[in-house]
Design a protein around this ligand. Structure first.
Ligand code: FAD
Length: 499
């Protein structure tokens, strides 16, 4: 029987981060991944020779002195990750399709505030209050500082007020509220359900800067695999835990894998969806309270993606750009799961090198909910019904229509190479509903994080503290702090940051 200090389950950014930190601290680590390849949502795919991203298109947090840069330094992969900043305001744009209004923003928290003031001169009080509250939350969030000595994140007043209620208390201007709430697209929970604090935690780093990464998530996967090998972390793909056995004194004695192997480990850290974790525990050994808690979680929203090639004679390859199309200025309406009209559509433009030539691409993604595809939930990728193909084609056509309506000059220049629904993401990313961010970060909800069910089983990952690549990495650091002990972790962070 193989014996490890730690088993890490799931090889997305949270699992890779967790496994590497433990490996760097002389722990004997096994990383297991259900899919044939490691990387989870960081993966890219190639069609007609063009690389397209699945779950990592851009991130905040690459500007100076940020938690993301600290984390990359500690993992010693900072030199392998090359951000491509979105620096021109026209490349960070919000278009209100019905109102025919457009707003552009330069990088920088203070700069965003100044530009917002210039667009809404009569809303100075609301704008100053909003930005001051976002900054205040960020500064008080110790979990977003891996150097912090504080062990437990204290709840803030803003953890108990919803984004919607906060914005309603600041202004009546719907367009301004929609712009304040713009980065709801980066946490997947509607404004009436997410706390203002969690919205602020996600949005702050995006106000500071937005960047794509050269070669997308693959640059993370490549760099992290190299380091995992250096620290002898064992990786098994096509592997998952089929059951937890020999439970004594609330500790799992043996983790049984799908290939029948039995593994002993001091700790097992799950970085996967809570429903996937629950499947691993036998019903008779699982408390009803734990199962009820997992079953009560709601899923964050998903994204329908069109992967587009853009070609036009004489055109310059795209600089990285993010353009968000809002059908209307009522954010609460189009984040409502029951709403039937067009929803926000984000166009991430960039260019990729294909056979030494630059090819311009657009990843167009529209907010969507599971209800839209649940009728085909029993089908598998590559074997779906005609109805489903019609649904996909209709969605794709509507997305192209909206793009061309806002950018008539794109007519005859866009070629949809592929598209993906929540079912596609479910099947490729092994997440039960193919949502963008796992379970919702709902106000007052106690998501799975830290020790769960047994003394030696733990949860981290995107559903734990904060979603997105940055939030998922933070969850990996925070769980390792707990497992390694506060002092060992503090010494490790200090040493790696000084090197
Ligand atoms: C379409 C889309 C676009 C997105 N765009 C962005 C973006 O631009 N920027 C951003 O920051 N975030 C984005 N996100 C969110 C971001 O990708 C995630 O929050 C983050 O990558 C999650 O990382 P993770 O490691 O927690 O989970 P995942 O990346 O989902 O990794 C979990 C891994 O666990 C594996 N697994 C599942 N079950 C088991 C099991 N039982 N045993 C073993 N392995 C298992 C899965 O195969 C997977 O590899 C997007 C997500 C989607 C879906």
């Amino acid at each position: 029987m193989e014996i490890y200090d730690d088993i890490v389950v799931g090889s997305g950014i949270s699992g890779l981060t967790t496994a590497l930190i433990l490996g760097m601290n002389q722990r004997k680590v096994l990383l297991i991944e259900k899919a044939p390849k490691i990387g989870g949502s960081l993966s890219r795919f190639y069609k007609k020779g063009i690389p397209f991203d699945t779950g990592f298109h851009f991130s905040g947090g690459f500007s100076k002195d940020t938690v993301l840069l600290d984390m990359l330094s500690v993992l010693s992969i900072k030199d392998d990750i090359h951000p491509e900043f979105i620096s021109k305001p026209e490349n960070n744009r919000f278009l209100f399709e019905n109102q025919k209004k457009s707003f552009m923003f330069s990088p920088g928290f203070d700069q965003n505030m100044k530009e917002m003031l210039s667009y809404f001169p009569n809303e100075e009080k609301a704008i100053l209050a909003y930005f001051s509250k976002v900054k205040d939350v960020r500064e008080k969030t110790t979990a977003m500082n891996i150097r912090s000595e504080v062990e437990m994140q204290k709840s803030l007043d803003e953890d108990f007020i919803s984004l919607k209620n906060m914005l309603d208390s600041l202004t009546k201007d719907k367009t301004l509220k929609t712009l304040f709430g713009a980065f709801s697209m980066c946490h997947g929970t509607e404004p009436s359900q997410i706390s203002f604090a969690n919205h602020a935690r996600v949005s702050y780093s995006i106000y500071e800067s937005i960047a794509r990464v050269k070669n997308g998530g693959h640059s993370f996967i490549k760099a992290l695999i190299k380091k995992l090998k250096k620290y002898d972390v064992k990786i098994k793909t096509n592997t998952f835990i089929s059951s937890c056995e020999n439970i004594e004194k609330r500790r799992v004695g043996t983790f049984v894998l799908n290939n029948g192997e039995s593994i002993k480990a001091e700790n097992c850290i799950f970085t996967i969806h809570p429903e996937e974790i629950l499947k691993t525990f036998k019903e008779e050994n699982t408390s009803k309270a734990f199962a009820d808690r997992v079953n009560s979680f709601e899923e964050s929203f998903g994204l329908f993606l069109c992967f587009i090639k853009f070609s036009k004679k004489g055109h310059q390859p795209f600089d990285p750009a993010i353009i968000t199309l809002y059908p209307d200025n009522d954010m609460n309406k189009f984040f409502d799961p029951e709403y039937k009209g067009d929803r926000p559509l984000v166009l991430v433009q960039n260019s990729e090198e294909v056979k030494k030539e630059k090819v311009s691409v657009i990843n167009a993604f529209e907010l969507t909910y599971w209800d839209e595809v649940k009728q085909w939930a029993d089908s598998k990728t590559g074997k779906r019904s005609k109805d489903y193909e019609i649904y996909k084609q209709n969605k794709t056509n509507r997305i192209c229509e909206r793009i061309i309506k806002s950018f008539p000059e794109y007519k005859d220049c866009i070629e949809v190479i592929d598209s993906a629904s929540m079912l596609t993401f479910r099947d490729y990313l092994n997440s039960p509903y193919g949502s963008a961010y796992g379970i919702k970060q709902k106000i007052g909800q106690f998501n799975l994080f830290g020790r769960i069910q047994y003394k030696n089983t733990f949860a981290a990952g995107q559903s734990a503290i904060l979603p997105g690549v940055l939030g998922a990495m933070v969850s990996g650091f925070t769980i390792c702090r707990y497992l390694l002990s506060k002092d060992v972790y503090a010494k490790f962070i200090k040493k790696e940051l000084e090197e």
